[in-house]
Design a protein around this ligand. Structure first.
Ligand SMILES: [Ca+2]
Ligand SMILES: [Ca+2]
Ligand SMILES: [Ca+2]
Length: 455
């Protein structure tokens, strides 16, 4: 049966991406070694429980699978976690929300779980002054006991988060400018959710959650007949923000969002401890789902993670113009799809869809573009724009959007007509999917939306 063989090849195709590298999970060797810095997903959507608010969420540290993983699947105080927002389409961020975590130190004699950590920062902060010169300073953050910091019974850690709102271009040096939210408790494991409303300006969540990505893959027909979510029962560490429109939107109705994580350029070992200094270097990037896995060749995957979107036209765009996997889809899966003149893929990933999520004029760049003026759908489709629902991917991305099926069907040509290219035989593309259509756990109806972590 051609249908079966077609789907089987697709499944093998996904499998060749490999189980451990779905979406943007562990997409390079470097990130496999540095999971705390590995951003695996990015979501941006209009909140449907709160008027005029936008939710932006990112996940890190993939494949945490059980309660014991709560002890190590944690954010790294030596890294920076950022969400960049382009408000005018020039592929340069206009606002950045950057998060740094601090781990509180335990006194030497406090080695038992459940004891109170010392209210002191454990990190030696190498401050970088505005002229770029490195100078060592002691922490200037007051860590006096705060009601925000809740008891951590059973965990030998206490983490708190600081959020920086940085206006203008993030230059890799800015670290302490515009402290926006200070000393927010981090939720470890299944403990109570911490949510801070910053003077009514926004909600923030930091902590373990169920991995919101879902996809199926398998090596045999049995797996196809009974598809399973390969990320079932997996947890991640997540950052979720829900912000009023005026804090994310500029003069345009579209915003471009991407996530990035950073480490300082130099790491030093001393007395069993690591210390970092130097400018922030980008180590992970996350825009639209599946980009690094489906479009970027192996030799360039590190480059994707290190590059700023403003450089995309120069090097990344070529892979959308003639995707390597597209001819495989056509030949091996037996799809009758046009292989030439496929400007649709380039446009969707680099410019957005006309009248949906495209800037009126803009620099082509790969990011998650969201038209914030489109109200949330009353009847959301997991297929998003492909299902006639403009409230979802590729207009931003909601948690319930089936990003795998959508991404493969876009590659097949499902939106060709939108770009004035005639293509009638779209029904064959409907078999492009992994047969897993929803997350293993229901998402929360309200903030922080992501489902509670698995124990
Ligand atoms: Ca901009
Ligand atoms: Ca899940
Ligand atoms: Ca799917």
């Amino acid at each position: 049966m051609r249908f079966f063989s077609g789907v089987m090849v697709l499944i093998l195709l996904i499998s060749s991406v490999s189980f451990a590298q779905a979406f943007s999970h562990a997409d390079t060797v470097s990130l496999r070694r540095d999971p705390a810095m590995d951003q695996t997903s990015l979501y941006a959507f209009r909140s449907d429980s709160e008027e005029d608010r936008v939710v932006i969420a990112g996940s890190y540290f993939p494949f945490a699978s059980s309660q014991t993983d709560f002890f190590h699947a944690l954010p790294d105080p030596d890294g920076l976690y950022a969400f960049h927002i382009d408000q005018d389409g020039d592929a340069v961020e206009d606002v950045t929300y950057a998060v740094r975590f601090r781990q509180l130190r335990w006194r030497q004699e406090q080695v038992m779980f459940g004891m109170e950590p010392e209210e002191e920062n454990s990190i030696d902060e190498d401050e970088i002054s505005d002229d770029g010169a490195n100078e060592l300073q002691s922490s200037d953050i007051d860590l006096s006991p705060s009601e925000d910091i809740q008891e951590f019974v059973g965990y030998p850690y206490r983490f708190i988060a600081d959020v920086y709102r940085i206006e203008g271009e993030f230059d890799g040096r800015t670290r302490r400018r515009d402290l926006y939210l200070r000393s927010q408790s981090v939720s470890i494991g299944a403990q109570g959710i911490q949510i801070n409303d910053h003077d009514g300006k926004g909600l923030f969540f930091f902590g373990h959650r169920d991995d919101p990505d879902f996809f199926g893959t398998g090596m045999n027909r049995l797996e196809f007949l009974s598809p399973t979510d390969q990320l079932e029962r997996m947890n991640v560490f997540s950052i979720v923000m829900e912000l009023p429109l005026d804090l994310v939107q500029g003069e345009h109705s579209v915003i471009g969002v991407w996530g990035a994580t950073y480490r300082m350029a130099v790491r030093q070992m001393k007395n069993g401890m690591t210390r970092s200094r130097g400018n922030w270097q980008q180590v992970s990037r996350m825009g639209m789902p599946w980009v690094n896995h489906l479009y970027v060749p192996y030799s360039k995957k590190h480059q994707y993670n290190a590059q700023h979107p403003s450089a995309d036209e120069e090097w990344l765009s070529q892979y959308f113009t003639l995707p390597l996997l597209m001819s495989v889809l056509a030949e091996k899966v037996g799809l009758d799809i046009p292989l030439q003149g496929r400007k649709d893929i380039y446009e969707i990933y680099m410019n957005g869809i006309p009248d949906v999520n495209q800037f009126r004029s803009g620099v082509p760049a790969e990011m998650l573009r969201l038209n914030v003026s489109l109200r949330p759908s009353e009847r959301p489709s997991r297929m998003g724009v492909l299902g006639g629902d403009f409230g979802g991917f590729p207009n931003g991305r909601r948690l319930t959007d089936d990003a795998t099926d959508i991404s493969f069907q876009i590659m097949g040509g499902m939106l060709l007509k939108t770009f004035g290219i005639s293509f009638e035989n779209t029904s064959q593309l409907l078999l492009l999917g992994d047969r897993v259509t929803s997350n293993d756990r229901d998402f929360e109806p309200d903030f922080p939306y992501l489902a509670a972590p698995h124990l």
